[in-house]
Design a protein around this ligand. Structure first.
Ligand code: NAP
Ligand code: GLV
Length: 308
């Protein structure tokens, strides 16, 4: 029985140290050629080897190094294997900070001030107090609920949308199709922190942008496949949207000819909103392996039927 990690050297070394202290009886391997594949019971990776299902027949848990799982959700798995997404404090804090930065930038009209700066225009703009600004968050999971809590401390009016009903103090929680419509009509800054599934692919489209109040803004930190880029550009050019902070695109990297690169109302980052932190990810993985060995539920277990 072994733990195989397929990752870059710095992450592997952090995992090796933490596994040596906490799971000394579990053989730790980082070179796939140095282990009998039949011995691999736990596998950590981002991309799956194409022969995963036949090569590692006895794998029971496959851990993603990331919070998202869409890159592997449709892969053929070994018979007993279950997928586990990354739930750990590092990626949660990093995404929280990114979204807070983006919401504050849009709240304070940063895209417009950057445009004025390029044109050497010294001019104040209308200001909205935080308690009059409505932020709507698509996805109230590990990341969305943490972001909601952080933004609430600035005084924003916070709503959120999930698949199943939620009750979170201080957050106006919506779910389902009717809930989405209700939230959109009362949202000035929309944040996307959804997983990419068959139900959420393309959700950020012309119809959705049209249901937001005129002049609303977007923070897109989910997955590129959530958004119709042409619909975003059209909404920005018509003034339906006033600005967008975009971290994820389809495809990635964003092709050089995409108008998103130079749109004056778009701030673009190269899929950096968050990634897991090696040390805390290793601790979370150790805890999950302990739980699995004890027959307890593991954190972040993916339900293949719902796709996340
Ligand atoms: P999570 O804990 O699984 O939460 C997902 C949330 O989305 C849940 O609240 C879920 O509703 C909701 N949801 C899923 N499908 C839905 C649907 N059809 N309708 C309405 N709500 C739906 O995931 P997480 O850890 O917060 O991560 C969310 C996503 O963030 C990842 O999958 C990834 O796409 C993205 N991400 C991006 C970056 C980046 O660098 N840009 C970094 C990390 C993660 P329920 O609560 O009802 O299940
Ligand atoms: C990054 O995008 C992740 O899913 O962790």
């Amino acid at each position: 029985m072994a733990f195989l990690i397929l990752s870059y050297p710095k992450r592997v070394e952090a995992f090796r140290k933490i596994f040596a202290c906490n799971l000394p009886d579990l053989p730790f391997v980082s070179d796939a050629d140095e282990v009998d594949p039949a011995q691999v019971r736990y596998l950590m990776t981002w991309d799956f080897p194409s022969d995963l299902a036949t090569r590692y027949p006895n794998v029971e848990l496959i851990f993603s190094t990331g919070a998202g799982i869409d890159q592997v959700i449709n892969a053929e798995l070994p018979p007993k294997a279950r997928l586990v997404r990354m739930v750990e404090s590092g990626v949660t804090a990093m995404v929280r900070d990114y979204v807070v930065m983006a919401v504050l930038a849009l709240h304070r009209d940063l895209p417009a001030f950057l445009e004025q700066q390029r044109k050497k225009i010294w001019k104040a703009r209308d200001f909205v107090w935080a308690d009059q600004r409505r932020v709507g968050i698509l996805g109230l999971g590990q990341l969305g609920s943490t972001v909601a809590e952080a933004l609430r401390s600035f005084g924003f009016q916070i709503s959120g949308w999930s698949r199943t009903p939620k009750d979170i103090a201080g957050i106006n929680c919506h779910h389902g199709a009717d809930g989405l419509n209700a939230m959109l009509t009362e949202t000035d800054i929309l944040v996307c922190l959804l997983p990419l599934t068959d139900a959420t692919r393309g959700i950020l489209n012309a119809d959705l942008f049209g249901r937001l109040p005129r002049g609303a803004a977007l923070v897109q930190a989910g997955r590129g496949g959530h958004m119709d880029q042409q619909a975003l550009l059209d909404a920005l050019n018509r003034g339906q949207l006033s600005g967008a902070f975009v971290d994820v695109t389809n495809p990635e990297p964003l092709p050089a000819e995409s108008p998103l690169w130079s749109h004056p109302r778009v701030i673009l980052t190269p899929h950096v909103a968050g990634h897991s932190r090696a040390e805390t990810a290793a601790e979370a993985t150790v805890e999950n392996i302990r739980r699995h060995r004890a027959g307890q539920p593991v954190t972040g277990l993916v339900d293949p039927a719902r796709g996340y």
